[in-house]
Design a protein around this ligand. Structure first.
Ligand code: APR
Length: 231
């Protein structure tokens, strides 16, 4: 029998128990910075050194962090399901927990890209990307992260994945940042939707909605055990 497909949209909340700060739990500041200073093309133009240093620190934190039971549970789903994780997170904790198909909707801390040719993308080894690090055409490299006001290139493939889901999950996201938050609207009508978040986000009512107001690391191991038994 063909495996059912589970698609999971994750946000900062899934990495919270790994010690990585969420965005909107801290007065609109992100590790003490106005998000527009560190996560927008304007911020980059104004002060690239600040932006590079900011992401160097985020990269360092992500390297020090470890996947938590929520990440590991989602990886286990692959035993019996076809699984796609669509994450808004730029850390690599899903991959380190063992998930093999992860779409990084907002980019990755561990890649840089050219500032004159967006197709030139490179892996970052270690934690530093600094002024003077250039692409093969000689231009400064920037973090390969989708900033506010930028297009989300992986949106189209994420919509397709979402439309194909037999089961959909939303974990640890406030669902306030578009277009990511709009993915939920592409889920087919009768598909079960599980929402796991201690402060449940607003979500359109649908026939098969399961709201679980719990931390990811607590709720996901149980939910995954149930889904594996049901497969
Ligand atoms: N388990 C599950 N959810 C949690 C946990 C936890 N342990 N701790 C916090 N949360 C929830 C919060 O209740 C909140 O709903 O995680 C959510 C985090 O929301 P945000 O901080 O808004 O993060 P996110 O939705 O991922 O942000 C989206 O905004 O700044 C941009 O590009 C950035 O990808 C990011 C996007």
């Amino acid at each position: 029998m063909e495996k059912k497909k589970i698609v999971i949209l994750t946000g900062a909340g899934i990495s919270a128990e790994s010690g990585i700060a969420t965005f909107r739990d801290a007065n609109g500041l992100w590790e003490g910075h106005d998000v527009m200073e560190v996560a927008s093309p304007e911020g980059w133009r104004k002060n690239p050194d600040l932006v590079l240093e900011f992401y160097n620190q985020r990269r360092k934190n992500a390297l020090d962090a470890k996947p938590n039971p929520g990440h590991f549970a989602l990886a286990q789903l692959e035993q019996k399901y076809e699984v796609t994780i669509i994450t808004q997170n730029v850390d690599n904790l899903h991959e380190r927990a063992g998930s093999t198909k992860v779409i990084h909707l907002h980019g990755s801390l561990f890649q840089s890209r050219s500032t004159i040719d967006e197709n030139l993308v490179y892996d970052i080894n270690g934690w530093e990307l600094n002024a003077g690090h250039t692409c093969e055409k000689g231009s400064q490299l920037r973090p390969n992260i989708v900033w506010f006001g930028e297009l989300v290139p992986l949106m189209e493939s994420s919509i397709k994945e979402t439309q194909e889901a037999d089961i959909f999950m939303v974990v640890g996201t406030s669902l306030v940042v578009y277009p990511a938050a709009g993915l939920v609207h592409y889920v087919s009508k009768q598909v079960p939707v599980y929402v796991i978040d201690p402060h449940l986000p607003e979500i359109t009512k649908q026939p098969n909605l399961h709201l679980i107001p719990e931390k990811a690391g607590v709720a996901l191991p149980d939910l995954v055990t149930k889904l594996l038994l049901a497969a």
